[in-house]
Design a protein around this ligand. Structure first.
Ligand code: SAH
Length: 216
């Protein structure tokens, strides 16, 4: 089977069936070719509703989870968004169609290089890519209107919460084990953070520091 050249209608139907009903989010997903963010023979499987392997032992998230997280984040056209864990860049590209600007951080330089090539090919010009430890956020660009973490933290990261504007939203998978985590939506109210529990999910762990490994 060869790679599809555009996003198939069945893929969009699956997302709707799984509860993604925000038309802006659906439109951002429809205009983002997932097959461009995976390599080799995985391209032909890009429109299956599954996570897939990418370089450096990481994964591109399951499409339904990308949709649920993006919808929960309630991104608007004036928002400055921080994304921790660029990975393939697929989620970043979707956010870039909804937000004013997306700052995205990845600890693997090789993954960031590949993601930036695709951003250029798709002419996404409102993404600022940073190689570094995303658990520290980007203090000099704070506060952010929205923060999304696409790797699992043991607890809601306090450093990132401190970079969220009052009225802002953060979505983060939280769990003490690698097996099971809960997606948490945090709304920063005047009185402090308000936590809501969403789906059970499974993400790669949020690690500290920048990867030193070659090809790793
Ligand atoms: N949304 C991405 C998910 C990639 S997996 C996609 O769909 O492609 C999560 C990514 O988080 C991995 O690439 C991993 O290297 C990265 N990551 C883990 N801990 C990190 C940290 N502290 N700072 C930045 N990136 C981190």
């Amino acid at each position: 089977m060869t790679a599809p050249s555009s996003v198939p209608p069945e893929f969009m139907q699956t997302l709707r069936r799984d509860g993604i009903n925000n038309e802006d989010v659906l439109s951002a997903i429809r205009s983002t070719p997932r097959h461009r963010f995976v390599q080799g023979h995985f391209r032909s499987r890009a429109y299956e509703n599954r996570p897939l392997p990418i370089a450096c032992g990481q994964t591109i998230s399951q499409p339904t989870i990308v949709g649920i997280m993006t919808q929960a984040l309630e991104v608007g056209p004036r928002h400055k968004v921080l994304e921790v864990g660029t990975g393939s860049g697929y989620q970043t590209a979707i956010l870039s169609r909804l937000a004013r600007r997306v700052y995205t951080i990845e600890r693997h330089p090789d993954l960031m290089r590949d993601a930036c090539l695709v951003f250029d090919e798709l002419r996404l010009s409102n993404i600022t890519a940073v190689v570094g430890d995303g658990s520290l956020g980007i203090a000099e660009q704070a506060p952010f209107d929205r923060i999304i973490v696409t790797a699992a933290a043991e607890d809601t990261p306090a450093t990132l919460l401190a970079q969220l504007v009052t009225g802002g939203v953060m979505v983060v998978p939280v769990g003490q084990t690698d097996d099971i985590q809960r997606l948490i939506k945090v709304v920063m109210t005047e009185q402090g953070p308000d936590y809501q529990e969403l789906e059970y999910v499974r993400f790669v762990p949020l690690l500290s520091g920048v990867s030193e490994a070659r090809n790793g």
